[in-house]
Design a protein around this ligand. Structure first.
Ligand code: MN
Length: 265
């Protein structure tokens, strides 16, 4: 049995007047959304998109395929919900949001995303990006026209090629990950990854291993420190971080019997 410790933190940053990011930290479902479309509209887009995601929280699925399908369906529902709201009210016209969500199911994490909010994995002191940004600069990197370093400074680095709530249909990227005890997964908006590079994020995540501190406290502290790092680097955008740490729970001793093991043991 895998237990997840999770904490989310969001901040307006040093430049923006409002925070259009939103996040969800539940029991089995976690997500970050970075809204756009101007004051109010961006906030409405990100919070609307999180509703169908949070409704999945606590659901038990019969298998991985069903869980993955449900998560994908929730992102499509999120798209529909934002599109509908934008069509119903002129002040919300043109709004949209990124959405990066994780659902924990047994010993697996299912990840689905649209836009440039990222999911990272920190495992055995190795840090890797799980999601691929839906951005103009990522497309140019894929085509070999730009390096990662050039992309980080590119004037059009924040232009996204896919968003929730803009078109009636949206392509959702989804993947599944077999979890290992000690894994740390980070979800974040580009307000973190713009001003803070991957090496600096990885260095901060090392501190999740601090001994003699309760895991919940470490996870919360890590989320706060990542947000602080973005603010220290100028905080040009809203910053949102969700940190998940996975821990093996000791299994209950199995009763000596010839019958099948009790479910849920
Ligand atoms: Mn942003």
């Amino acid at each position: 049995m895998m237990r997840v410790h999770a904490s989310g933190h969001t901040d307006v940053g040093q430049v923006r007047e409002a925070n259009e990011d939103a996040y969800h930290v539940g029991d089995s479902v976690f997500a970050v959304a970075d809204g756009m479309g101007g004051h109010l509209a961006g906030e409405v887009a990100s919070s609307t998109a999180l509703e169908p995601i949070s409704e999945l929280d606590g659901h038990v699925f019969s298998d991985a395929a069903e869980a993955r399908a449900a998560l994908r369906a929730a992102l499509l529902d999120a798209n529909k919900a934002v599109v509908t709201k934008a069509a119903d009210d002129p002040q919300f016209q043109g709004m949209g949001t990124t959405l990066t969500a994780v659902m924990v199911e047994g010993r697996r994490a299912h990840i689905a995303h649209v836009g440039d909010s990222r999911a990272y994995l920190f495992r055995d002191r190795t840090f890797s990006q799980l999601t691929t940004d839906h951005t103009l600069v990522q497309r140019m990197i894929d085509e070999g026209r730009l390096t990662r370093e050039e992309a980080a400074r590119h004037p059009q680095r924040s232009v996204i090629t896919r968003a929730i709530g803009v078109e009636p249909d949206v392509d959702v990227d989804a993947m599944s990950l077999d979890l290992v005890p000690g894994d740390v997964v980070v979800l974040c908006s580009d307000g973190l990854t713009g001003p803070v590079d991957d090496d600096a994020i990885a260095d901060l995540l090392e501190s999740v291993d601090t001994p003699n501190v309760e895991t919940d406290e470490r996870v919360a502290g890590t989320a706060r420190r990542l947000v602080e790092a973005a603010n220290d680097a100028g905080g040009p955008d809203n910053i949102t971080v969700v940190v998940l740490a996975f821990e093996e729970l000791p299994t209950a001793p199995s009763p000596k019997s010839a019958g099948p093991a009790p479910l849920g043991a």
